[in-house]
Design a protein around this ligand. Structure first.
Ligand code: 5GP
Length: 201
């Protein structure tokens, strides 16, 4: 966990939130605006949604392969986020990004976020994205129309538990108005990377 090759002082930004709080939108905004950041592509056993690409959004792997890789110690953290749907951060993914001179950005669930923060400590800024209210969040989840009735129900249950965890993180970012959330997210990145030389300079 040296923070990258060639003396690169690799950092991490974890964005975590209940499902539907808008963290993925915020993460995308940051990645579009900072070439110094790289997205940690997680491995998952859930099926691919139509617009998603293997190796870009996730590494889509079978449950058998996932379990084998757990046994080999390939994951920095992993969770069975929903029944039979496992998600995890591969150690090789963190090393890959650091070796490219990129600071790593995670979009992961609350438990995974706590684990990464525990492992990497001060190298890591953990941000909890808080939706304005549970009501707004449930509305967003429904409007997204990506989930079946059953999956929606599971996600709403998990939302309630995750909302109670916001104080476990370094910063709470309220996602009420997206433009303001974007500004705040950029401020978080700028502040944490202040004084860290660019890779290669
Ligand atoms: P989705 O199925 O909507 O893409 O993701 C479901 C949840 O799993 C989200 O909260 C997402 O952030 C989380 N997740 C994605 N990748 C990982 C990972 O590598 N580890 C953990 N613990 N959670 C993840």
């Amino acid at each position: 966990m040296g923070g990258g090759k060639g003396g690169f002082d690799g950092r991490m930004f974890i964005f975590t939130a209940p499902s539907g709080a808008g963290k993925t939108t915020i993460v995308k905004h940051l990645l579009d605006n900072y070439s110094r950041l790289g997205f940690s592509v997680s491995a998952t056993t859930r099926s691919r949604r139509e617009h998603e690409k293997h190796g870009v959004d996730y590494y889509f792997i079978s449950l058998t392969e996932f379990k084998e890789r757990v046994a080999s110690g390939d994951f920095a953290e992993w969770e069975e986020v929903y029944t039979d749907q496992c998600y995890g951060t591969l150690r090789s993914e963190i090393e890959r990004l650091w070796s490219l001179g990129k600071h790593v950005v995670f979009d992961i669930d609350v438990k995974g976020a706590k684990n990464i923060k525990r492992i990497y400590g001060d190298k890591c800024m953990s941000v909890f994205v808080r939706p304005p209210s549970v009501h707004t969040l449930v509305e967003r989840l429904i409007n997204r129309q990506t989930e079946s009735e059953e999956s929606l129900h599971k996600r709403i249950e998990k939302v309630k538990a995750e909302m109670a965890e916001e104080n476990s993180f370094d910063i709470i970012l309220v996602n009420d108005r997206l433009e303001i959330a974007f500004l705040e997210a950029r401020h978080i990145v700028d502040t944490f990377l202040e004084g860290i030389p660019q890779h290669g300079s």
